[in-house]
Each structure stands twice: as structure tokens, then as C-alpha cells.
Design a protein around this ligand. Structure first.
Ligand code: PHE
Ligand code: CO
Length: 294
């Protein structure tokens, strides 16, 4: 990806949204977005009430992390000075650049797949600028700044995970003409958003959707209801997921090195194979699969 980047028109983007949100409308303000859907964060424009709501979200969540989040998430979050209010992305970007060469870019909300992949492929992580309303404390349908920043940014300080996410971005661009986005999206969902990792201390969460959730962070580790299955890239890419409830299955990696190595092979033959087999429902346990316990 050089200086010239293709871009996706907003009209075209909004027309593809029907299945992603209510009536294809997003709540962010896209009017000032540039061709890569980047906006100014306008940090000075957040109200005291919004900073206060952030602090409440942060405090609730940070208390839930010990024993549930993987260690690198907890350690990185501490370094990020994000406890006092909605963070200034420029500050965290400078820290990240020094640590792993990533930067944060402010966006109005969801962006087109192509745009998302281009950002990741260039080590830029898109973070939504708006914060949920107080009545959405426990649940929002679209990712807001709390989910994007609190959930996703800490792991970008881990060099292996950071490299993996860049590879994912490149893999997304490659998957588009191969019709692989449905499969690749499932991989993202079950790892970057809802992944579990086996550590010496026990099972821990590393997925952003879990770590920014007040309820699922406990549920995913201790509830007897969901399946917890050893990560297998092709199996994951075959598995559908639920977006409006806690997950029915979590996939467990042993390390970020494993995640990186298992997703490094060329996916072209996998996309081709998966075209001919039926997808697995989110609550499948295949013969031979072991449902792991915490
Ligand atoms: N190896 C994948 C491919 O060839 C790309 C990829 C890398 C996808 C890392 C996800 C994560 O398409
Ligand atoms: Co997310």
C-alpha cells in the first residue's frame, strides 16, 4: 500500500450496510471523513459528562480484568493513562509508535471492509470517536470509542499480536477477490473479538469484544454453557457466529505465536474448500473435539 490508496465512496458503503445495522444507518457523523474515512478526534469537544461516563465504564471493566484478561492486556492498559477520561488518541499513538510502530486513526464508526484492511495493512488501527449514551452502559449495537480503544488497543503493544493484525489486514485485501471475506470475518470474530488464550495461570481472554464487556468477561471463562475448543483456523472459518448474544463457542489459542503461525499459510485453498461445505452453526461440537474447561 503506497501513497496512493483506493477509496470506497460513502454512498456505495452505506448501501452495503443493511445487514450490519438498523436500516443501513450508522450513528456516526461521516460528513467530514476523508477518503480513508479518517476524521479529527476533536478531543477538546468531549463533555465532562462523557469523560465521567468513560471513567465509570473504565472502572467497572478494569476491576474485572485480574484473573480474566491475559497479562499483556492488563500490563499494556496500565501504561496507557486511559483511566481519567476519554483518551487523546495522539498521546496513545505516540506510545504505540514507539512500542510496535502502530498508530491510531480516528473514524466516525464502521468503515468499509477494504478501508479497514488498508488501515490494518499499514499498521493503523481505526478507533471510533463517539461514546455510547449512559443508558447503553452494558450494551451497544455498534462499536464505540470504549469498545475500540479499551478492547483493542492494549494488545497492539504486543509485538507478535501487532504483526498478526497487520498480516490480517493484508490477508483481507487478498481475500476480497477470492470471495473469502465471510470466512476471514469469522476468523476475526473468534480471535481478535472473542478469543481465549491458555496461559500457565489458566484460561484468559484476549478478545476485545470480551474484554470491553461487563458480562461476557466472566461468562466466557466460567459458564458451563458455551463450548471452548482448541483453535483451528479452518474450523473457525467454517463456523458462523451470533452477534446479539454471548458466544456459544470460544476458540482457545496457546500463544500469539501460535495464532500468527497458524494463520500464516496461504488461505486460497481454504476459501476454495469452504465454498463446497456447509457452514457449522455456532454451537457445533465435532466428533473428536474436546470441550475444554477453565
Ligand atoms: N495467510 C492468510 C492468506 O494467505 C492471510 C492472513 C494472515 C489472514 C493472518 C489472517 C491472519 O490469505
Ligand atoms: Co471490535
Amino acid at each position: 500500500m503506497g501513497a496512493i490508496e483506493r477509496s470506497v465512496g460513502q454512498e456505495e458503503f452505506f448501501n452495503t450496510l443493511d445487514d450490519k445495522s438498523d436500516g443501513g444507518k450508522l450513528r456516526g457523523d461521516y460528513s467530514d471523513a476523508d477518503a480513508q474515512y479518517v476524521v479529527a478526534q476533536k478531543w477538546a469537544g468531549y463533555t465532562q459528562a462523557q469523560h465521567e461516563l468513560w471513567r465509570r465504564l473504565y472502572d467497572r471493566q478494569v476491576r474485572l480484568l485480574p484473573g480474566r484478561a491475559c497479562e499483556v492486556f492488563i500490563d499494556s492498559l496500565k501504561k496507557m493513562d486511559a483511566a481519567q477520561g476519554i483518551p487523546d488518541f495522539a498521546h496513545t499513538s505516540a506510545q504505540l509508535m514507539a512500542a510496535t510502530g502502530w498508530t491510531l486513526v480516528a473514524v466516525p464508526g464502521l468503515v468499509p471492509d477494504f478501508t479497514f484492511f488498508e488501515h490494518l495493512a499499514n499498521r493503523r488501527f481505526p478507533v471510533t470517536v463517539w461514546l455510547r449514551e449512559p443508558e447503553e452502559f452494558d450494551y451497544i449495537a455498534e462499536p464505540d470509542v470504549f469498545h475500540d480503544f479499551f478492547g483493542h488497543v492494549p494488545l497492539l503493544f504486543n509485538p507478535v499480536f501487532a504483526d498478526h493484525l497487520q498480516e490480517y489486514g493484508k490477508g483481507g485485501l487478498k481475500a476480497m477477490p477470492l470471495d473469502g471475506l465471510t470466512n476471514l470475518g469469522r476468523l476475526y470474530w473468534y480471535t481478535v473479538e472473542f478469543g481465549l488464550i491458555r496461559t500457565e495461570a489458566g484460561l484468559r481472554a484476549y478478545g476485545a469484544g470480551i474484554l470491553s464487556s461487563g458480562g461476557e468477561i466472566e461468562y466466557c471463562l466460567t459458564s458451563p454453557q458455551p463450548r471452548r475448543i482448541r483453535f483451528d483456523a479452518e474450523r473457525v472459518m467454517r463456523t458462523t457466529y451470533k452477534i446479539d448474544s454471548y458466544q456459544e463457542t470460544y476458540f482457545v489459542i496457546d500463544s500469539f505465536e501460535q495464532l500468527f503461525a497458524d494463520t500464516a499459510p496461504d488461505f486460497t485453498p481454504i476459501y476454495a474448500r469452504l465454498k463446497d461445505v456447509e457452514a457449522l452453526s455456532a454451537n457445533t461440537l465435532l466428533i473428536g473435539e474436546v470441550n475444554q474447561t477453565a
